[in-house]
Design a protein around this ligand. Structure first.
Ligand code: SF4
Length: 180
């Protein structure tokens, strides 16, 4: 049996979607028999590899590093899943968009509310924030949407099981496609 190269990517999100992935509990043992986890915060691989079969992408695109990584992920991945409401719509991560740009967000967080030594982060130390947070599909093509905040383990399994069989997942019904 050919093992599937699986990646999970963490962009601008709270990691709750990845925590839900861990809620797959004992099914993770079945999954581990069928996939190689080639990139993930769980595996701490530094460079996104070529030839990835399936990627779950958590979070919205909020900074320059996310943007650069997503172009690389799309180029190197056959089937890309927008994983959770932040990836699908922007959700919590995009709340700051009402302020219009990155500057008022940084000013509020690092100058106005700082207790000691107010200073803006240096752009050579942290990736620059984008002026607007973007859902994944507005930057690169997405093959499947997996909504939920976070998506339940049941939903994650409903997407991965068909892919393991070589089929395309098709989510339907409120239990599998409702936001929130
Ligand atoms: Fe966190 Fe919800 Fe966003 Fe997932 S969709 S990263 S759980 S806020």
């Amino acid at each position: 049996m050919t093992r599937i190269k699986l990646a999970t990517v963490w962009l601008g999100g709270c990691s709750g979607c990845h925590m839900s992935f861990l809620d797959l509990d004992e099914w993770l043992f079945d999954l581990a028999q069928q996939v190689d986890l080639v990139y993930s915060p769980f595996a701490d691989v530094k460079v996104y590899p070529a030839g990835v079969d399936v990627a779950l992408v958590e979070g919205a695109i909020a900074n320059q590093d996310h943007l650069d990584l997503m172009y690389q992920v799309r180029d190197r991945t056959r089937f890309l899943i927008s994983f959770g409401d932040c990836a699908v719509t922007g959700n919590v991560t995009a709340i700051r968009n009402v302020l219009g740009s990155a500057e008022p967000v940084l000013t509020r967080a690092y100058l106005e509310t700082a207790d000691v030594r107010p200073q803006l982060p240096k752009s050579d130390l942290v990736p620059p924030l984008l002026d607007a947070v973007m859902p994944v599909h507005t930057v690169v093509a997405v093959d499947c949407y997996l909504p939920g905040c976070p998506p339940s383990a049941e939903r994650i399994r409903a997407v991965l099981e068909p892919l393991l069989r070589g089929d395309r997942p098709a989510l339907s019904g409120a239990d599998l496609i409702r936001f929130g």
